[in-house]
Design a protein. Structure first.
Length: 238
């Protein structure tokens, strides 16, 4: 069975590369292009397996990485002057640094308090502070969610993955179930949405529903620490 569901990709190929560089604690000026290319292609395969729409720029970047990798495998000419030939990764590093600078600037602007920028308070009214627990949570991006999906999938038994018949599930029903659950609870974990003894089909549809709701800005996904429980919150007041 295939899952004929297409979603917009929320982030671009440079975001994925920056995510992989940060995750693997790689020096951006000295990228191990073979290892990064392999991980990049693995992420694309997972996205394809979920029938997520891949923008053409993802495939262009994949081709660029393979091209850079092949150039780095070529032997250096014996008559080449040391330092004269440009590193095949130089243009990619330039793009990453430039994009990273713009992204960080945008995030800094987005994280600025609304108070004093778009909203003004009356004198004498104290500002509301976040709970300590909320301050420790970090919002997840699309690639971290995909890796979490892979981890859950890897824990399933082989016979579950090879299921032939299963419960009837629709994306719309799954979305409604998530919203109803969040309407009665403050937050819920991703595994809490799956329930006990969930099937591969249930896992895929729940994951796609979460992506769709994040795209619509109806929910947000947070995590307290790497590999910790993913907590889902409503992004808007009822």
């Amino acid at each position: 069975m295939t899952y004929e569901i297409k979603l917009d990709v929320f982030e671009g190929p440079l975001d994925l590369l920056l995510f992989l560089i940060k995750k693997n604690e790689i020096d951006i000026y000295n990228i191990p292009i073979a290892a990064i290319t392999e991980e990049y292609l693995k992420h694309l395969e997972v996205m394809k397996s979920l029938n997520l729409d891949l923008a053409g720029e993802y495939l262009v970047m994949a081709s660029s990485l393979v091209h850079i990798k092949s150039k780095m495998l070529l032997p250096v000419p014996e008559d080449a002057v040391e330092g004269e030939e440009e590193d095949p990764r130089a243009e990619l590093v330039r793009q990453l640094l430039e994009y990273k600078a713009f992204k960080e600037a945008a995030l800094n602007l987005g994280n600025r308090s609304l108070l004093g920028r778009d909203v003004f308070k009356r004198e004498g009214f104290p500002e509301r502070e976040l709970d300590t627990e909320d301050q420790q949570l970090v919002e997840l991006n699309i690639f971290e969610l995909i890796e979490a999906f892979q981890r859950v999938l890897s824990t399933m038994k082989k016979e579950d993955i090879m299921e032939i018949e299963g419960e009837r599930i629709s994306l719309t029903d799954t979305i409604n179930e998530i919203l109803e659950k969040l309407g009665s609870e403050k937050d819920v974990t991703f595994t809490g949405l799956l329930g006990e003894g969930f099937s591969r089909r249930r896992l895929v549809y729940t994951f796609l529903a979460v992506l769709e709701l994040i795209k619509l800005r109806l929910i947000r996904a947070y995590q307290a620490h790497p590999f910790g429980a993913i907590r889902i919150f409503l992004a808007v007041e009822e």
